[in-house]
Structure formats: structure tokens, C-alpha cells
Write a protein that binds this ligand. Structure first.
Ligand SMILES: NC(=O)c1ccc[n+]([C@@H]2O[C@H](COP(=O)([O-])OP(=O)(O)OC[C@H]3O[C@@H](n4cnc5c(N)ncnc54)[C@H](O)[C@@H]3O)[C@@H](O)[C@H]2O)c1
Length: 325
């Protein structure tokens, strides 16, 4: 009888600790499972990985994680000096050879240069295993004040840029019958985030386009991973658009803010890539909890969003634009 009680208490303690783990987790349940029992980042060793937006923030942190995992890297963004610095840091951290990293300056908006960029990578590495569409920009403004031009520029960079580069890379992946496309999306890509109208619109569009690609190419061994990201530290709020493209938000993120550490985020993302997951949620709470509620109880999420919206919009009207991405 006493043994039964002890066993019962052990089960209760186990369930409570697992519940607490869930409560304080930074990723969805499937990714948590993969972090415990799935492929580790080291399984990506020798893969050729192309990262866009590698000059700062998440792209930079991903470069370090993937260098440590033994990948060959293509680092792209517009600022060549910053990319050279990232390359030097990768070499220092992972002691990899310099020729395993190609710095390839690229403007995501210069669509007509994307095919040539793919040829340059193929000439150098002979293959592309993984493309990470990470470059992007955020935005903060009221919907009714946002110019159509801002919507257009946002869609061009956050949607047409990744589409253009992926369309240039895809023939090579289809020929080899192996490839993996990864997109950095946002929690704002899962529900209409108040105060981030153009941005939310662009990230929703990304899901539509790339979910479709996954369904069309899965039988030809092409994988697509959508990363639903909550707030993390980066330069995003410095460069974010406002209601117009002429005025950037210009806000530095402060160390005390409730955001995930970028290295931490990049590690979760690399595990998701190593396990070829279709969609992952990586965020602190309450955003992570909200994505769960939105997925399984959309009507409740709608009510909650309305309450949050009221506070958020008040903040924006008062000129406090320091909201999460
Ligand atoms: N920071 C957050 O809280 C957050 C949350 C959710 C999603 N995201 C997404 O994460 C991704 C990375 O952003 P980040 O937060 O690291 O910001 P960041 O500003 O630090 O990095 C953005 C990168 O994209 C590059 N880029 C911008 N415009 C470009 C262009 N025209 N051509 C080529 N490169 C260009 C920048 O040079 C930089 O390297 C973005 O897609 C962003 O939407 C960020």
C-alpha cells in the first residue's frame, strides 16, 4: 500500500515538473521533443547552408551556430564589411577553414541578381543544401496611417525577396532531389498583430507561399521549415519602417527588455532545421502561449487580441512605439 502511495507521488511530481517545463518552455512541444531525442545540430556537418540577413541579429547568430555544427556557409546581406566580421568570428569560434565560408553581398530587392548569385554559390561549393530566408525588416504604425507604399516595400522585401531567391535556388534542389528551404517568420505571421499591419501582412503571406511549396515538392524530397519567432534581441527596431518608408523607427533594444537571447534562439532554430520540422514556434511567454491559444482556441485568442490591441494602440497613439516584433 505504501509503495502504491510512493509511486503515485512520484507520478504526480513527474507530471508537475513536466507541466512547469512546458510553462517555462521557449519552444513548441515537438521542438522540445527533438531537442531531447532528435537530430543534433552536428548532423548538419558539411551541409552547404546559405543564410540571408547574416550581417546582424538572428542571421549573425545562426552563422555562429551553424559554423560550430561544421557547416559550409554562404553569408549574404548588403553590408560586406559586417559580413567579413561575421566570417572572422565564425573562424575564430569554430576553427573552421576560411574557404568553408563564402561572403556573398546580396540585396534581396535586386531580384534580377539572384540567379547570378546562385551560380556563384554553385561554382564555389558545387551544391546548396539549405537556404535560410532570414533577411527582413519590421514595421510599427497604425494601420489607417500606413501608406500603401510602405505595404508595398514591406511585401517586396519580406515576401518577394525570399520568393525570388528560392525560385532561383529551387531548380538546383529539384535536380538533386534534395533540398531544404527555411523561412524566418514571426508570431505576427500567425495572427493580425495590432500596430504591425504591413509586417503582419508580409509574414502571413510568407506562410501561404511556402506552405504551398512544401505541399508541391515534398514528394521530391524538398523540405520547408517555417520558424514562427517571438521577440529576440537584434537591430530590428532600429531599421523598422513606420507609417512611411522614409522614417525608420530608430529604436535600440535595451538589455532589460523581455526578449529571447539571440544565441539561444538560433540554437533552437538550428535544432528545428536538423530535424526538418515543418513549422516551429520559438518564443518566450506570453507570446508562445498566445500562439497555442490562437491555434487551438481561435475565438478566445480573438478576444484576447482585442484586449491587447486596446493597450497597444493606446501606446502607439501616445508615441510609445517600443512594441515587440
Ligand atoms: N527581432 C525580433 O524580435 C524578430 C521577431 C520575429 C521575427 N523576426 C524576423 O527575424 C528576421 C531577422 O531579423 P532580425 O530581428 O535579426 O533583424 P536585423 O535587423 O538585426 O537583421 C536583418 C537582416 O536582414 C538584412 N537585410 C535587410 N534588408 C535587406 C535587403 N534589402 N537585402 C539584403 N539583406 C537585407 C539586414 O542587413 C540584416 O542582416 C527578420 O525576417 C525578422 O522579420 C525578428
Amino acid at each position: 500500500m505504501e509503495w502504491c502511495l510512493v509511486a503515485f507521488l512520484l507520478v504526480v511530481v513527474y507530471l508537475v515538473t513536466q507541466g512547469l517545463r512546458l510553462l517555462f518552455a521557449e519552444t513548441d512541444l515537438v521542438l522540445q521533443w527533438c531537442e531531447l531525442f532528435g537530430n543534433s545540430p552536428a548532423s548538419l556537418s558539411e551541409k552547404v547552408v546559405w543564410i540571408t540577413g547574416a550581417s546582424s541579429g538572428l542571421g549573425e547568430a545562426l552563422s555562429y551556430e551553424l559554423a560550430e555544427a561544421g557547416c559550409c556557409l554562404v553569408l549574404s546581406a548588403r553590408r560586406q564589411e559586417r559580413l567579413n566580421d561575421v566570417k572572422a568570428c565564425c573562424i575564430e569560434r569554430s576553427r573552421m577553414k576560411a574557404d568553408k565560408i563564402l561572403v556573398l553581398p546580396l540585396d534581396m530587392l535586386a531580384f534580377d541578381t539572384h540567379k547570378q548569385a546562385v551560380e556563384t554559390v554553385l561554382k564555389y561549393f558545387k551544391k546548396i543544401d539549405i537556404l535560410i530566408n532570414n533577411a527582413g525588416r519590421s514595421q510599427r504604425a497604425l494601420w489607417e496611417r500606413t501608406s500603401l507604399n510602405t505595404d508595398q516595400e514591406m511585401l517586396k522585401l519580406n515576401v518577394l525577396g525570399p520568393l525570388s531567391l528560392t525560385k532561383a535556388v529551387l531548380p538546383h534542389m529539384l535536380d538533386r532531389r534534395v533540398g531544404h528551404i527555411v523561412c524566418t517568420s514571426s508570431v505576427a505571421g500567425k495572427f493580425g498583430a495590432p500596430g504591425l499591419g504591413s509586417y503582419s501582412c508580409s509574414k502571413h503571406a510568407l506562410h501561404g507561399a511556402f506552405n504551398c511549396l512544401r505541399n508541391e515538392t515534398h514528394d521530391r524530397n524538398i523540405h520547408v521549415t517555417m520558424v514562427v519567432a517571438g521577440p529576440f534581441f537584434s537591430e530590428a527596431l532600429i531599421h523598422a519602417f513606420t507609417e512611411s518608408t522614409e522614417k525608420n523607427l530608430g529604436l535600440e533594444m535595451k538589455p532589460g527588455e523581455k526578449r529571447m537571447h539571440t544565441k539561444h534562439f538560433a540554437h533552437h532554430m538550428v535544432v528545428a532545421i536538423a530535424n526538418k520540422l515543418d513549422e516551429v514556434w520559438i518564443s518566450m511567454h506570453p507570446e508562445l502561449a498566445f500562439v497555442y491559444i490562437n491555434q487551438y482556441f481561435p475565438a478566445i485568442a480573438q478576444r484576447l487580441a482585442a484586449i491587447v490591441a486596446r493597450k497597444r494602440l493606446q501606446k502607439i497613439r501616445e508615441g510609445k512605439t517600443d512594441l515587440h516584433s
